[in-house]
Ligand binder design. Structure first.
Ligand code: DOR
Ligand code: ZN
Length: 434
């Protein structure tokens, strides 16, 4: 990636919330950590104000909508949102137009990300041609392309056909890449509009049963075991899926899982006003599910938080419920929601936040220079967080082109003060540093 390699002295930062130190950064790498450090003349000095320093956040699941959906987001606006949210790497899902199912499209996404230069944009390749679920896309060609695709997914759709999924996992094993599954048996969710339960019944919305997720997770864990392949389960939403994941992990299946911030915090209780901002796939579920998600994330059965950042322009959201597209913004609110749901109740400390939002995602996504320890010799790739700040979410003030945040008007804890990518400050005090 093309970076200007600045030298930087970061004063008074608390790595993982521990003791305050200074960090000297040269050519994008940490070359000194200590107290009272001095820097060569001309080095930029950055006062970190005693805030918490984390490795730069890594998001395994975003929708940047480019190519083809630029009315909702672009790689540029999505990169702005990512940098402001503390992210230094994101994985862009392939449900674009054209679909990212060829080397040409994934290379375009990667190149555009590099041109914007705020965050490493890693294209996710489609598993099947056109996301149709019928024929495997050319995974090997995309993996070998300049985009170096390391994750494949039909996200938005499930790879429902077990034979196609089996073949995909066999290829994934041979290519050393990961298949990220959107676990939803479409036969069970035909026409679904909301979590199948008391609230959907009362509102007259067709139900999305939790079993549609759980059964696909169980099937795919068996297929991944047989293929010896790495399977990643996108946006786990049902507490029943957790037992399946726990059992598979205990058997040594190479399975990882993510939960979204909205499935940690929001429930189907929000649906009573029929506001489509709450429509998302998989749907918001019950308080028992959100509680189970939090506990599974703390325990490590769910490995990571991924946003499923899904911008939709107002013409796709300001409609009646049934016509609205599913999805919600996530990049600029993710860390605050994790602080609120996980740090404040004592389920995770800052090391834990670094684990679920940076270290494990970088491992799963196979990124050798992200999610690294804050230590001498390591890349200077950080998120600096003021844990005591509070802010009120306003959709139009977010950097995304769309404004479909479910947290509108909510007061959330924690603010990203700065983001640093290989020694370059990409965001500072709520503004992108171009
Ligand atoms: O809510 C969702 N929105 N879930 C998905 O799986 C796809 C995504 C989108 O692309 O908008
Ligand atoms: Zn999905």
């Amino acid at each position: 990636m093309t970076d200007l390699l600045n030298d930087l002295l970061i004063r008074n930062a608390r790595p993982y919330g521990d003791e305050a130190v200074d960090l000297l950064v040269q050519d994008g790498v940490v070359t000194g950590i200590g107290t009272g450090l001095t820097a060569p003349e001309g080095t930029e000095v950055f006062d970190a104000g005693g805030h918490v320093l984390l490795p730069g956040l890594v998001d395994l699941h975003v929708h940047l909508r480019e190519p083809g959906g630029e009315e909702s987001e672009t790689i540029e606006t999505g990169s702005h949102a990512a940098a402001l949210g503390g992210f230094t790497a994101v994985f862009a899902m392939p449900n674009t137009d054209p679909v990212a199912d060829t080397a040409v499209v994934v290379e375009h996404v990667r190149r555009r990300g590099e041109e914007v230069g705020l965050v490493d944009v890693h294209p996710v390749g489609a598993v099947t041609t056109g996301l149709k679920g019928e024929k495997l896309a050319e995974l090997g060609t995309m993996a070998a392309s300049a985009a170096q695709v390391r994750m494949f997914s039909d996200d938005g759709r499930c790879v429902n056909d077990p034979l196609i999924m089996r073949r995909a996992l066999e290829y994934a094993s041979a290519l050393d890449v990961v298949i990220a599954q959107h676990a939803e048996d479409h036969r069970l969710t035909d026409g679904a509009q909301a979590h199948e339960g008391a609230i959907a019944s009362r509102l007259g919305l067709a139900g999305w049963p939790a079993t549609a997720e759980e059964t696909v997770v169980a099937r795919d864990c068996a297929l991944a075991r047989e293929a010896g392949a790495a399977l990643h389960v996108c946006h786990v939403s049902s507490l029943h899926s957790i037992a399946v994941l726990r059992a598979a992990k205990a058997q040594g299946v190479r399975v990882s899982a993510e939960v979204t911030p909205h499935h940690l915090l929001l429930t189907d209780g929000r649906l009573t006003g029929y506001d489509p901002v709450n429509k998302v796939n998989p749907p918001l579920r019950t308080g028992a599910d959100t509680q189970a998600m939090r506990e599974a994330l703390a325990e490590g059965v769910i490995d990571v938080v991924a946003t499923d950042h899904a911008p939709h322009a107002s013409q796709y959201k300001d409609t009646e419920w049934a016509a609205a597209k599913p999805g919600m913004l996530g990049l600029q609110t993710a860390l605050s929601v994790v602080i609120h749901t996980m740090v404040e109740p004592g389920l995770l400390d800052w090391h834990g936040v670094a684990r679920v939002m940076s270290e494990r995602p970088a491992e799963i996504g196979n990124l050798p220079d992200q999610g690294r320890p804050i230590a001498v010799g390591e890349p200077a790739t950080f998120a600096l967080v003021d844990p005591d700040a509070q802010w009120t979410v306003r959709g139009p003030a977010l950097a995304s082109r769309a404004a479909n945040t479910p947290y509108e008007g909510m007061r959330l804890p924690g603010a990203v003060v700065a983001t640093v990518l290989r020694g370059r400050i990409t965001a500072r005090d709520g503004k992108v540093v171009a």
